[in-house]
Design a protein around this ligand. Sequence first.
Ligand SMILES: [Zn+2]
Length: 347
Amino acid sequence: MLSWIQAEIDAALAVVDQSRVLLIEDDESQARAMTRWLEVTEKFSVTHASSGYAAEEYLRAGVRWDIVVTDIDLPGMNGLELLELCKELQPQAPVLMVTAHRKFDYALKALRGHADGFLVKPMRRATLNEKVQELLDEARDRARKSPKEVVVAIGAHPDDVEIGCGGILLNHARNGDQIVIVTLTGGEAGGQPDVRHRESLAAAQAIGAELRIFDLPDRSISSGPDTISVIEGVIREVQPSVVYTHTAHDAHQDHRSVHAATLVAARGVPNVYCYQAPSTTVDFRPTLFVDVEEQLGRKIEVIELFQSQARIRPYLAPDHLRSTASYWGRFSDYRVVEPLEVIRRSA
Ligand SMILES: [Zn+2]
C-alpha cells in the first residue's frame, strides 16, 4: 500500500467523536471546498480519495466509514461500480452520490443501485451538510430499530479471534449485530506491541467490531481472578447474548487459561461457544458448524491485516485458512464453515 494512503488511514483510525466521511471526488477544488464545508462544523472528519482505485484502498483498509460521499464520474472506476463496492464492503455506511449531470437517468441508476441519497453540483454548503447529517441520522435510526445481538469474542493474543471465528463475526456484522473483540494481551511475546495493536485495531475495524485490548502477561495468563475480573468487566458492561472463546483442547497454556476464565466470567451468558486455534489439539470436538462461505474471502483479507505475523506464521496463509474451512465443511454438507464447540446454547 502507498505510504500516504497508510498515513491517511492511520489518521482516520484515530478519529473519535466525529463521523468519518470518505469523500471520493476527482475535481481537486471541489473536493477542497466540500472538505472545508464539512469539517468546519467539527462534526465530520473527511478523508479524500481522488479516484475509484484510491477509494477501494480506503474501503478495504480496515477503517469503518460512517458515510461515503462520491462523485459519479470518476477516472478508472465509475461511481456506480464504486457504489456496489461500498455496499459489499461497508454495508453500514450510507452512500451519497454527487454529480454534475442533471440527467434524470443518472439519478435513477444511482438510486436503483441503492444509493442512499443524491445531490447535483453545484451545491450549496448547507445543502451538502444537511444531506450528510440526514443520512447519518437515518443510518443510526435503522441500526437502533433492527433487533441486534450483542456478541463478545475473547482471545488471548492479537489475531486469535479473527482466525478462530472471523467469518462468524463477519456474519454477525452483516446482521447489524454489535461486536466487541476482547484481546487480553498485547502479544508482546510474538512481536512489537504497538505494531500488533495497530494491526488488531485495523482488523476489528474491518470486521465492524469494537476492540478492547488488555495488558495481561503474554505467555503467562492465569485462569484465576485477574483474568476473570477483566472478562467479567466487559460482560457486565456490554451484556452480550453470545460469547466466543478459546477451547480447552489447546496446547497453548494462555488459550486454556482464557477458556477456563471465560467459563466463570460468562456464567450468566445464554450462548457460549469455543472456536479453534492453530494450537488446538485433536481432542477439539466441534458440534456446531457455521457457514462462512460468503465471508471467507473477506476473512482472509482481515487476517492479512496482521502483516507482522502473516510473513512468519504458516497458519495465516490464505491456502491454509481456506483448506481448514473446507475440511470442517465435510461435517456439514461440504460447505465452507468455522467449527465451534458448544458450551451452552439457548433456544
Ligand atoms: Zn493465541
